[in-house]
Design a protein around this ligand. Sequence first.
Ligand code: F6P
Length: 545
Amino acid sequence: MSVPALRLRPAWALLKQHHRKMRRVHLRQLFAKDRDRGERFVVEDAGIYFDYSKNRINGETLQLLIQLARESGLRERIDAMFRGDKINTSEKRSVLHVALRAPRDATILHDGRNVVPEVHAVLDRMADFANRLRSGDWKGHTGRRIRNVINIGIGGSDLGPVMAYEALRHYSERSMTFRFVSNVDGTDFAEAVRDLDPGETLFIVSSKTFTTLETMTNAATARDWLLAGLEGDATAIAKHFVAVSTNAGEVAKFGIDTANMFGFWDWVGGRYSMDSAIGLSTMLAIGPDDFRAMLEGFHQMDEHFRTAPFERNLPVLMGLLSVWYNNFFGAQTVAVLPYEQYLKRFPAYLQQLTMESNGKQVTADGRAVGYDTGPIYWGEPGTNGQHSFYQLIHQGTRLIPCDFIAFARTANPLGRHQDMLLANVFAQTEALAFGKTARQVKAEGTPDWLVPHRRFEGNRPTNTILLEALTPAALGKLVALYEHSVFTQGTIWQIDSFDQWGVELGKALARRIIPELESTADPELGHDSSTNALIRRCRKLKGSG
Ligand code: F6P
């Protein structure tokens, strides 16, 4: 179906007009006028209580945003994704991460073939390997049990695994050590292995392409480290290296037996792959049953996204609210604030998911967009953030919509900690919405000169995402919620949320500069004057120029 350019859609013009009215309305007024607002602007489904009442919207805003979604063909596009259409147009690929968590008896077609049996065949092989490794049946080259697992990967082949490991640490096998090496900075590898015994260490080399510079460099260093520790016996590789990739040829070239390879497919984007074989480290940490529970959580959210009416569709609402602030209020960022220490890497994970997906300046058919696309996502766990950057959210000049993520129960119920944590979530969203007027500040006896400093304007929008507890299933739901919110936003903006051409130029330039830094003779430099001078200065500082 062809849809008109975003700015020509009737809902766009109506939203523009409507925004002129809404930008002057305070959340204090909206709540005063509508006593049940805090219960009406709520959706509860798939175990998520989503309170979006503290947003600068009313019923009409919602109607218009949903109209915009319809005019943008969101329904058709959701169906197209689930049907396996090649909606990643610039790479001519299907986008089927939803197949990774489909139940065994589901049918999802790719080029006319049902991919679900292949997905489950890989999951079964992963489970078999995980059981053998966790039970000690799979031994290292010297006959010792594997106690340390190091995932080597970067971007989607790292951020998902490390985030999930941290998130589900409570469920993890505590007798084993899990580490993650991503950076080409040698420090990352050196620190990861410094106290480990090669005879007890397994490396998972995770790379969709198996050509990524950082990962292949770290994998080669890992092979050297292992062989140095095991008397140079190359047959040790088979017991200490497994690969996760779509590229069997490159895996074999590296020297990993493809019998020790877990595959996935080009219809899984790197940033959408933590629930594919890229999640092998997660499965080794939490075991196959909990991994499957996580997949079930993902699937529940997929089904919700696919079937719920837009008015009650969590990812659709979240995505549309983001569009509302991004395109009408000019907000440039979204803060994601998990009040759960185990989610400490969740904002970093979301940064790739959201910004690699929606950081685009042309539409899927190559025209300049002419409006803002993906906002900057950032965040830190609460309550820590409250003591650093919240000042700017409360009293700065920028509008920063925030997602507060909270869990009623904790895995570590210590004294009053959890209630204190939750009290802070509710206090922050209340303070951000309602603020404190100059009159209230004055009434507390504050001297006139101090009043402007102590007053809170409020009217800062927030979503509160409340779940019962951070279980594997809950994590799956949460990740899928954001995945589909990104999809919703990308659909409104008519961009391809599944390519990432913007990362290529820097990669190519780095490949050219590496030999210029390494060469013993002075290289002839053909960059701009700044880059040339930096390379020369660096060579001098390290004693090679
Ligand atoms: O450079 C960006 C990127 O291609 C990401 O999209 C991807 O997640 C990451 O690099 C790692 O790629 P690979 O899994 O192929 O090593």
